[in-house]
Design a protein around this ligand. Structure first.
Ligand code: SF4
Length: 426
């Protein structure tokens, strides 16, 4: 399973890299593509037949409650990432701008609404595609307030219920008061959701789904922790693609099987000292969103500089340690409130310091995403404070998750190359 021959990384777009990019290809990708294909076919089948009902959910929303209620769950942010990876987002954003959605706000939101207005989506190229029209829309503002406005657009379009959880922001310690407030809102989702499905809420099924999600997230965490090995058998750019099942298949045993296979492969690489790059000289941490349309370019550039991004805030966002089948509502509330994005800068500094130590980080790249302030952690002095605390240097790359008009290829390349030179001289 652990291929030692460096291969040109196809990258998320599936196109070969412009020149030889000696990034190890992950063999388990075939299995991931198969189960993600099954996920989408089941979604389209539900859309075609009207059964089971379809729920749209924000990416760190209460998916387990929806799965337990019997919904098929679709994640608009996953679609936003597809629009970014396929570089179709930039052309779609102006359609949302034209109906009053500012170019300054979340480019997942504007590209997704633009895609809907234009009737164009990369999903339409998948077998048996059928637009997954929602029966209900469910958000959690734990990640940002934008998700509420995003789903409110579809509430008006489709005249379906919009349900939500409002989570406090900027938390240091997460207290029982926070947990009770969020857990109560989660419990209150059950009545309207079962009103839509017409089924009684099965608490045992809910506990089972939370248990499956816990196993899944533990596996995903173990995958990411493989990055602590030297050399690291995977990198951030792999992680952004391989996290798909951890995001959209929570509560699904097929995702657990997939991560078991991936873990076997990565552990085999660790045992054989096979890294993601043929030579790993520098170990980096990526903070913030990926620049989806540049994944392959960034993977290629950093590989050529012998720099491996071994850990990231973004991929860790789908680690939910608190899930507990014995206490499903409260543990769900805790897991979705303890997330990095919900926390204060002081808490984030402590967390990132632990990551720097655990993964042996030589330098940090902060992506300042123009349209995502919630996931850009460079704006209130955090990088300087963390550098003073740890002595580990950083750079900030201005850009955006989906709107490539906010990203300068040339400037980013120059900054990254200069940063790696600085690390080499240290
Ligand atoms: S966290 Fe950022 S990218 Fe994600 S939905 Fe909110 S604003 Fe958009």
């Amino acid at each position: 399973m652990c291929a030692t021959t460096p291969q040109a990384q196809a990258g998320a777009s599936g196109k070969p890299a412009g020149h030889e990019t000696p990034v190890r290809k992950i063999e388990s990708s075939k299995l991931m593509r198969r189960i993600m294909g099954e996920y989408f076919s089941e979604l389209f089948e539900a859309a075609r037949t009207g059964s089971p009902k379809l729920a749209w959910c924000t990416s760190v929303g209460p998916a387990e409650i929806l799965v337990a209620c019997g919904f098929r769950v679709y994640f608009p942010e996953n679609h936003g990432a597809m629009l970014g990876v396929t570089r179709t987002a930039t052309g779609l954003i102006p359609h949302a701008n034209a109906i009053g959605y500012s170019p300054e706000i979340c480019s997942y939101l504007t590209s997704d609404i633009g895609s809907h207005l234009k009737g164009e989506s990369p999903m339409a190229k998948m077998p048996d595609y059928e637009f997954p029209k929602p029966d209900v829309l469910v958000y959690n503002t734990n990640q940002c307030r934008e998700v509420q406005d995003w789903l409110a657009y579809y509430q008006r379009e489709f005249d379906v219920p919009l349900l939500g959880i409002n989570t406090p922001q900027g938390l240091g310690e997460v207290t029982d008061v926070h947990i009770e407030a969020v857990a109560k809102q989660m419990e209150e989702l059950v009545a309207p959701l079962t009103g839509i499905t017409g089924e009684k809420f099965d608490y045992d099924r809910f506990a089972e789904v939370v248990g499956l999600s816990k196993t899944l997230t533990d596996r995903w965490k173990a995958v990411l922790q493989c990055g602590a090995a030297r050399p690291s058998p995977l990198n951030f750019f792999d992680g952004t693609i391989h996290m798909g099942p951890a995001v959209v298949m929570r509560g699904d045993p097929r995702a657990i099987e997939y991560y078991d296979a991936l873990l076997n492969e990565l552990n085999e690489c660790i045992a054989q000292h096979v890294g993601s790059l043929p030579e790993e000289r520098f170990r980096l941490y990526w903070d913030g969103m990926p620049i989806w349309g540049k994944l392959r370019d960034h993977s290629t550039l950093l590989a050529s500089l012998k720099a491996c991004v071994v850990a990231s805030t973004y991929c860790n966002s789908w680690i939910f340690d608190a899930f507990d089948a014995e206490d499903p509502f409260r543990s769900l509330a805790r897991a979705y409130t303890e997330l990095f994005i919900v926390r204060s800068d002081a808490w984030k500094e402590g967390y990132m310091q632990r990551m720097i130590d655990l993964f042996g980080i030589d330098g940090l790249i902060y992506h300042d995403a123009k349209t995502c302030p919630s996931n850009s952690n460079n704006r209130y002095g955090l990088p300087d404070r963390l550098e003073r605390r740890t002595g580990v240097p950083y750079i900030v790359i201005p850009g955006d998750l989906n709107d490539l008009r906010c990203f300068s290829e040339e400037q980013a390349r120059t900054n990254i190359e200069a940063f790696i030179e600085q690390l080499a001289e240290a």
